[in-house]
Design a protein. Structure first.
Length: 138
């Protein structure tokens, strides 16, 4: 299975009063990596909406927070598909610290996204043209 990797720098705005990344911001890092994965696969989400009336939404997410990330750390978000279904894709994602000599997994998630009709906001099958291209990365 092909992994897609996206670097993320922790900014001050990402941290909480304790100086570590606020838990909800990990979800933002995961979202950015999935968006960049789509872009690297040749699809822009705004174009999918305009040309094909398709959007993607998170259906479910399970997150394990293992170690804290801190201000100014450089992180790497790994993303890969673990399952395709008719209208959804299950991703396995993890965020690791890339500090020299200490590559360490900080957070893991399983994220199911669902394909939705942009007008009715109801689930719809992932179109064949999209599925065939995205499966090349599996």
């Amino acid at each position: 299975m092909t992994n897609f990797q996206w670097p993320v720098r922790v900014y001050y705005e990402d941290t909480d009063a304790g100086g570590v990344v606020y838990y909800a911001n990990y979800l933002r890092f995961f979202e950015r990596a999935r968006t960049e994965w789509m872009r690297a696969s040749g699809f822009e989400q705004d174009q999918l909406r305009q040309q094909h009336q398709l959007v993607f939404a998170v259906r479910s997410i399970e997150v394990d927070y293992l170690f804290p990330a801190r201000f100014n750390q450089l992180l790497l978000v790994d993303t890969h598909i673990t399952q395709f279904r008719g209208a959804s894709i299950l991703f396995s994602q993890q965020i690791s610290s890339t500090e020299p000599d200490t590559i360490q997994v900080l957070c893991r998630a399983h994220v199911r996204i669902v394909c939705i009709n942009a007008q009715s906001f109801t689930p719809c099958p992932i179109p064949d043209f999209l599925k065939s291209e995205l499966q090349k990365n599996v």
